[in-house]
Write a protein that binds this ligand. Structure first.
Ligand code: BEZ
Length: 203
């Protein structure tokens, strides 16, 4: 299988962490891509017309996107403990937390693009602040739920960890740990897993 991704992408990292946790990473060849809405990668858009990463291309040429679909596909391939719970209340809870972590990453990426990609004279500060407010509210919610994360290795905790990792990478100034001690304590342990250490964003 081939994965279009980028070492800095938190959604790409989420897929790689899921691949490590399911023992499938050695079946995946990673193709590093630079792609944006204004400069989509020409090879990627053949597989994903949206030009977005991550995109996983199976051996028969089938392309899967986005990270939610790819992670669930990887989960279907292995015999170990499931990353996605069986249908029922636990599954809805895990999917909601996945959506929360994805939403934090989406908001952080939109803030990053606004400062990094958009020409300075066209930046909209109130819009950036609005995205960072979403991040802050999302983190506050994770803090309330962090006591339930211990020992859990599933799509909820993988996504939360990738969101926190991206904030440390691009938004270190947010100092999110200062007001979220339970989340910080959990991430100190979870972030030391081999799957997270193998996928750290570039230093
Ligand atoms: C970044 O540099 O922050 C980044 C690069 C690719 C995808 C997402 C984020």
């Amino acid at each position: 299988m081939r994965l279009h991704s980028n070492p800095a992408s938190p959604f790409g990292r989420k897929v790689k962490v899921a691949a490590y946790e399911t023992g499938l990473m050695d079946r995946i060849e990673v193709r590093n891509v630079q792609t944006t809405a204004v400069g989509p990668d020409p090879v990627l858009i053949v597989d994903n017309p949206l030009g977005k990463i991550p995109c996983l291309v199976l051996d028969d040429g089938t392309a899967l996107y986005d990270s939610r679909v790819i992670c669930e596909y990887l989960d279907s391939l292995h015999a170990g403990a499931r990353l996605f719970p069986e249908p029922g209340p636990e599954r809805w809870a895990a999917l909601r937390l996945q959506a929360l972590g994805d939403g934090i990453m989406d908001a952080a990426l939109l803030a990053r693009y606004e400062t990094f990609l958009r020409p300075e004279e066209r930046r909209w500060d109130a819009w950036i602040d609005g995205q960072l407010d979403k991040v802050a509210r999302g983190l506050d919610r994770l803090e309330l739920e962090a006591d339930g994360f211990a020992e859990r290795i599933d799509i909820a905790t993988i996504t939360a960890a990738c969101a926190l990792g991206y904030l440390d990478f691009r938004f270190a100034g947010l100092a999110w740990r200062e007001t979220r001690p339970r989340l910080a304590a959990w991430f100190a342990l979870f972030g030391a897993r081999a799957s997270l250490l193998h996928t750290l964003p570039p230093g």
